[in-house]
Write a protein that binds this ligand. Structure first.
Ligand SMILES: NC(=O)CC[C@H](N)C(=O)O
Length: 355
């Protein structure tokens, strides 16, 4: 069955349908340069309503491991690959990627020269695209017929342990590995809806707050900024990716849209404090505007070596720290996991100061 990928600027690629073959889809098309981690990428809620083009030419060859998904559903609207592996071989695999895509009702296309598509996106910028069963003559009218998804709601959890430290995560679209990294370091984790009130958060008696990753433009979350500032005055506060951007906005910085985002597993980031460099996993289309920092109390802690963009912030006299990259990896290198250690150490220090 033929499939057609049409970008808002009119460029078009044709290929073969994969996943839920009949399903047509619309979304902002982004390219991911990771050579592995397709399952974690597809189930990262930050990709909500986006189409993911994988530059690595063969996707799916090690199947699906039910333990590594970052959320129960697939946030991406479609997958775009050069070749979908038909042969799967891995000791943890319980399903083929092809079957996983149909199970999760994900549209897809293979047979695309994804590197050609990526070069086009790098030059023309990431943009809306539609995936259809027939060639498109009127992009806008076809786009209007296609739907988008909403994030799965987070229930308010019951407290089941007295373990400390207890971290309350505001779930803007959290990757499961964030909770797992904190729990692996002995923390108790409570995952709350992103709009949970200060009073409801306090009822869980957290020792620290973490704002998770999540989809979309950070300026769409303006209603959360006052609560974020109040949280920062009461608790040690950390932010990852979207959470990092929201902390920046809460303290008066601005964000901007990158030409084609950072979506990959080998982004070099330098720590300002000592010049050390680590390879990081990244997935973001927006960044904090360096020109807006000087009017705020924020201090830059990390920068991306590819384009100089901001990758980390902190406050000088408050326990507030954030990173644009993904220290939990999943997928990607785990070099940046130190961020979780630093956050938990900060919580310990604050507990001593406030004892
Ligand atoms: N992974 C994320 O949290 C992404 C943050 C934000 N949605 C961006 O695209 O920049």
């Amino acid at each position: 069955m033929n499939k057609y990928l049409t970008l808002a600027d009119g460029t078009q690629w044709s290929g073969t349908a994969i996943g839920e073959r009949q399903l047509e889809a619309a979304g902002r098309v982004v390219f991911n340069t990771g050579m592995s981690g397709y399952q974690e990428t597809l189930t990262d809620p930050s990709y909500l309503n986006q189409m993911i083009a994988f530059t690595y030419p063969l996707i799916g060859n090690y199947g699906i491991d039910p333990t590594v998904s970052q959320a129960p559903t697939v946030g991406a609207q479609a997958i775009i690959v050069h070749e979908l592996a038909t042969f799967t071989d891995h000791y943890t695999s319980r399903q083929s990627l092809a079957n996983f895509l149909t199970t999760h009702h994900v549209a897809g296309i293979e047979g695309i020269d994804t590197r050609d598509l990526t070069i086009h996106i790098r030059e023309a910028g990431s943009q809306m695209a539609i995936l259809t069963n027939h060639p498109v003559t009127n992009f806008k009218s076809k786009l209007a017929t296609l739907t988008s998804q909403a994030l799965v709601a987070t229930p308010l959890p019951a407290v089941t342990t007295t373990k400390q430290p207890r971290i309350a995560i505001l779930n803007f679209g959290e990757k499961a590995a964030i909770s797992a990294e904190l729990q692996a370091r002995g923390a108790d984790v409570i995952v709350l809806p992103p709009t949970t009130s200060i009073k409801a958060i306090a009822a869980y008696h957290p020792d620290g707050i973490l704002l998770s990753n999540g989809p979309g433009d950070p300026t769409d979350y303006g209603d959360c900024l006052a609560t974020i500032r109040q949280l920062a005055h009461r608790y040690p506060l950390a932010g990852i990716c979207l959470g990092h951007q929201l902390i920046a906005l809460a303290y008066g910085a601005r964000t901007y849209q990158l030409p084609f985002g950072h979506h990959g597993l080998n982004h070099p980031v330098q720590a300002c404090v000592d010049g050390s460099i680590m390879m990081t996993s990244q997935n973001h289309d927006y960044a904090v505007d360096p020109a807006s920092i000087k009017a705020t109390p924020l201090i830059v802690t990390h920068t991306e070596l590819n384009d100089g963009s901001i990758e980390g912030l902190r406050l000088p006299h408050q326990a507030v720290m954030s990173v644009q990259f993904h220290p939990e990896a999943h997928p990607g290198p785990k070099e940046a996991g130190q961020f979780f250690d630093n956050f938990l150490l900060t919580i310990q220090k604050e507990a001593v100061i406030n004892a």
